[in-house]
Design a protein around this ligand. Sequence first.
Ligand code: TYM
Length: 342
Amino acid sequence: MTEAVHTPRVFSGIQPTGNLTLGNYLGALKRFVEMQASGVETIYCMVDLHAITTWQDPKDLKRATRELAAGFIAAGLDPARSILFNQSQVPAHAELAWVFNCVARMGWLNRMTQFKDKAGKNRENASVGLFAYPALMAADILVYKATHVPVGDDQKQHIELTRDIAAKFNHDFGVEHFPLTEGVIEGAGMRVMSLRDGSKKMSKSDPSDMSRINLTDDADTISQKIRKARTDPDPLPDTLAGLDDRAEARNLVNIYAALAGMTPDQVVAENAGAQFGQFKPKLADLAVAVLSPINTEMARLMADPGEIDRLLGEGADRAAAIAEPVLEETLDIVGMVRSRRR
Ligand code: TYM
């Protein structure tokens, strides 16, 4: 059978839990905006169904979803050029996820490191949803037959699983229905680490707020967090190789590079011999210059939640128009009778 050619289409999602972090921005959001400019159809989702795999206060969830939408738009996503919506408004995601629950194998999901990290020691008490989460993520992507998914490095394993699910589905039913989606994981920002511990990723669920920069932080808070970021006493080396065993220093260089649109090599070359006492204020100024306008625009958008809801509803209508026919075709392939008049 010849490989079907799938039209390029970009999909990605972010969970509306807690604040957007600099990691979300550099690893995902900033690249969503770049892809929007590339001429390919771009679909971006606030994945509220994923959020409830761990407990969410209902009021906080609604607020976080609207705030995430404000963050998307403030960062440069245009609801007229990209499809922006919240996942639960397009039921096709959850319906396809059920089919994928029956395609994915227990052994595959058992290997997912994110489940192990999030469930922690008390696995018996984790929700079934948290375990099945990667099958829903595969459905998010494949219900649009998306070919490219921009994500941070921590989502790589889930993208590989999405390919495994697509390949098994195609094989089991003898079709070339789903594409083998590629993750777009690149650049200095693909793995932003904690400001307190260079071996942990920057995360919105870290108990220490000093470990991360939130997109809602004001200029003083951003500067203070960068000034207090953990480093070592040595100056910056002449070459990137000199940062091999210096995780915290390497992280600040990477953040600078991603914010400035430079490579880490260029940053090191430009700052060779600088002490962190000099480099940190420079980084803080850069971070404030990039993030402050986003922060201000988010606050402005949040003043009109009704308008955000309207935009999300409109985005969901456009998303559903693509997803529903793919779901219908999928259910037909699986052998479900489709006889409703639409
Ligand atoms: P989430 O909500 O944890 O994170 C959203 C995006 O931000 C990236 N990211 C980072 N990148 C670099 N450094 C960091 N410290 C960092 N922290 C987070 C993530 O890699 C991600 O790209 N399962 C996904 C959401 C999802 C999804 C999807 C993504 C659901 N369905 C379909 C793509 C396609 C998640 O929990 O991301």
